[in-house]
Design a binder for this molecule. Sequence first.
Ligand code: FO1
Length: 316
Amino acid sequence: MRIVALAGGIGGARFLRGLRAAAPEAEITVIGNTGDDISLFGLRVCPDLDTVMYTLGGGINEEQGWGRADESFTVKEELLAYGVGPSWFGLGDRDFATHIVRTQMLAAGYPLSAVTEALCDRWKPGVRLIPMTDDQVETHVVIDDPERGRRAVHFQEWWVRMRASVPAESIAAVGAEDAKPAPGVLDAVREADAVLFPPSNPVVSIGTILSVPGIREAVAAKTVVGVSPIIGGAPVRGMADACLTAIGVETSARAVAEHYGPDLLDGWLVDEADAATAEEGIEGMAVRSRPLLMSDPESTAAIARAALDLALELKR
Ligand code: FO1
């Protein structure tokens, strides 16, 4: 069986670990969001690709959900001693090595997809991880900065430095309209028995992947099942509510499914807290309620299995 999943960072990576356990025989291709990527200290940092790679490869900081386990921050401290920031983004020593290898390979002319494959040779995530595109796409957020007025900032500055506390007026995936899907992305989708949307951010993770021309159309032609990242009117983790507000979508399991729409989604899993949504139904898609908290490996695998089972049941 061939499964494709579109994934952002922490929520996506944990779901994928459950999916790998729930369907050990399946060929899983992960299309990773690269809109969160940022250049810092001359290095290209790809937070979502790395979070998936480290989580599935056993190198993640489990409590934090991003960055490496057993991490130290000597390089960052030394940079700050030279007055070189930003201080608000936590790059650890072990993590720096990944960004150095990536940047070196990119400078040598390798596309990001080839670089990601090379990095995965070490981590062996047990899935094929492909960036959504080899072209540069960066998510920027327009804010009314209390200190500096209306301006666009990189997604990471809004997310990490400001903790999304300043309302986003708009969110744009800069460069997306001219980007091409990375090699293998469209073929993997076309050949998939099911496409899954983990409980990743619908705006800046899955929304950004779908904004690369060609990906939305390819995905819409398949059986797609999504897992709601919203439980009882609040994000399970992260600040997805701030992103949804920016695009005028209510923070609810129903509104997120309606935002994706029945042209894209065939099935939608909501938490038991949102059982009413499943009972009322959503036009054009099958909605089921079940526990959606990814509290341990077993419950996470059960969620992934439920998403896959629904997709196989609905398969066109
Ligand atoms: N998230 C934070 O909240 N603070 C950080 O300092 C931080 C550093 C960081 C470094 C590497 C990396 O791969 C991820 C990192 N993240 C950090 C997570 C990241 O900002 C976001 O959670 C994602 O981009 C959203 O998916």
